[in-house]
Ligand binder design. Structure first.
Ligand code: NAD
Length: 519
């Protein structure tokens, strides 16, 4: 078993990045999934620490927002460069805290760098005042102005500890907000490392504070004080956070769970579809919000697809190694492993068949579970509709594309989906009918996620208010409309015959409608 040890001095340095009222004596253990050892102890922050971090962020916000957007952008471009340069430090930490394979950890580095570059280049243009059509042509000059909302609270889970801690914060901070981050206790070291890099690049400490510690107390404290809440996690907790934000009438963005389908149509390149299914189902040992848990295959290609998919799953290289030699890592927590086992046992006890996997692998590490493929999964089994969030995928045949769409939509979730076909036009038509925030054609999950310029989020119980794209930054702003009027007032002024004014305006509106003038 791989022994887990942080480089000397690193823990003390990272702990220095936490915001606390005074030295926090209470700590929480971080266990390394690869070995089960206690990797480190992190401060168990309290409500007053959240308060302090929010107060500091609020005090820092005005001067941060007063900086030209280009100056803020330069910090994130520098971060982009430093992140790529120092990636190995980050990759080690991500792997030690999550147990994922290095190839999957690298996706976090890649995406975080891309997001930093994208918004650093884009923010200035998005934040510029925009001329809008005025109430009266030529007489009203109207501008839409964007202001930061204030202090944004970020509550993030453990599965993408770098990516989720940082990429939502980047557009928020670029928009002139300050922020407070509450990373998951399982993965706070990675988050602290990344925030440390940002500070090295010139981000003032109070502009982005970090409070580590237990979720329910700190999460609620943050959601109870921030001016906007960005939450990533399960739909169950997302509902609580959303309710809290609604009560306070502050904005929130929720990125929640999924039970994502992959469709293999009759004309698909089957070999490529198998590749996609392997990547999509077992990335991060299936602990990825957009990973695939349901595969629908046209009955005519099922005899080619299923044996090949099973063979690939059985030969995936599992293990614990802080290098690129491994194809799938470990689960991250005992809780997650138990859910995986329960879903498989429940399905098998009710008649499902295990085509590949279905076992723990304790000789590799305490939390390893084989990539698992089930068939014969039916309503009433937990794996049918509940999110497993592990390396377990169910394969179902379909006879018509109508049936495939119906099955794909038969879920309370609507996060991500994938369609495999040689006919991309048909793929796009079908994709538009799938109830999911993003649909990949001939890719499992990364084409949409990697298209940073386009918004990505969840529908149904998978979330609200997407990340990425222009909306991923503008959601952290309040819109203000400023309009200047000249010569004539907009309404009937005093001393004007109101009836005559109404007749003239009616005529004007009818003319505009008929001629599409100003349309
Ligand atoms: P979770 O909802 O249990 O926890 C998420 C975070 O919220 C954790 O940091 C937790 O400590 C904190 N938290 C717990 N109780 C809280 C409360 N009452 N108020 C505020 N915060 C609280 O989710 P999890 O099991 O840690 O993460 C896995 C889930 O996250 C899966 O459902 C997965 O699909 C989802 N997820 C979604 C996305 C996305 O972008 N849509 C990305 C990653 C993970």
């Amino acid at each position: 078993m791989l022994a887990m040890q942080l480089p000397p001095g690193l823990l003390e340095k990272l702990r220095g990045g936490v915001t606390t009222v005074e030295d926090c004596n209470e700590t929480l253990p971080v266990r390394a999934p690869f070995s089960g050892e206690v990797l480190a102890r992190i401060p168990a922050g309290r409500e007053e620490d959240v308060e302090l971090a929010i107060d500091r962020a609020r005090a820092a916000q005005r001067s941060w927002a007063a900086l030209p957007a280009g100056d803020r952008g330069r910090i994130f471009l520098h971060f982009h460069d430093l992140l790529l340069e120092r990636q190995n430090e980050g990759l080690d930490l991500i792997q030690m805290e999550t147990g994922k394979a290095r190839r999957h950890a690298f996706e976090e580095i890649l995406d975080t760098a891309v997001v930093a570059r994208h918004y650093a280049w884009r923010a200035e243009r998005l934040l510029r005042p925009r001329r809008r059509r005025g109430a009266l042509p030529f007489l009203t000059s109207t501008w839409e102005v964007r202001h930061p909302v204030g202090v944004v609270g970020f509550i993030v889970p453990w599965n993408y500890p770098l990516n989720l801690a940082i990429t939502d914060a980047i557009p928020a901070l670029l928009a002139g907000n300050t922020g407070v981050l509450r990373p998951d206790p399982q993965s706070s070291l990675t988050a602290l490392w990344a925030v440390g890099l940002l500070r090295e690049c010139g981000l003032p400490a109070d502009v982005f504070g970090v409070v580590t510690g237990e979720g329910a107390t700190l999460g609620q404290a943050l959601a109870g004080r921030a001016d906007y809440v960005m939450f990533t996690g399960s739909s169950r907790t997302g509902r609580l956070v959303g309710r809290q934000a609604a009560e306070r009438l502050v904005g929130c963005s929720l990125e929640l769970g999924g039970k994502n389908p992959l469709l293999v149509l009759a004309d698909a390149d089957v070999k490529a579809a198998v590749d996609g299914a392997v990547r999509g189902s077992f990335v991060g040992a299936g602990q990825v919000c957009v990973s695939i848990e349901r595969i629908y295959v046209d009955r005519s290609v099922l005899p080619r697809f299923l044996p090949e998919f099973a063979a690939r799953a059985k030969t995936l290289k599992l293990g614990a190694a802080l290098d690129y030699s491994i194809e799938m890592g470990s689960l991250t927590s005992e809780r997650q492993l138990r859910t995986v086992e329960e879903h498989v046992e429940d399905a098998v006890s009710k008649g499902a068949t295990v085509i590949a996997g279905g076992r723990r692998r304790p000789e590799l590490g305490p939390l390893f579970y084989e990539p698992t493929i089930l068939t014969g999964v039916a309503p009433g089994m937990r794996a049918y509709a509940e999110e497993t969030f592990g390396p377990v995928v169910s394969v179902y045949p379909f006879d018509t594309e109508e049936e495939a769409i119906r099955l794909a939509n038969e879920s309370r979730y609507g996060l991500s989906a994938s369609v495999w076909t040689r006919d991309v036009r048909k793929g796009r038509r079908l994709a538009a009918r799938i109830e999911a925030g993003s649909v990949n054609i001939n890719e499992a999950y990364a084409a949409t996620w990697g298209s940073t310029d386009a918004a990505i989020g969840g529908v149904k119980e998978s979330g609200m208010r997407p990340r990425h794209g222009d909306e991923g930054l503008l959601k952290y702003t309040e819109t203000q409309t400023i309009a200047a009027q000249r010569w004539l007032p907009v309404g009937a002024g005093y001393g004007v015959d109101a009836a005559k004014y109404a007749r003239v305006m009616t005529l004007l509106l009818k003319t505009v409608r008929r001629t599409r003038l100003f349309g």
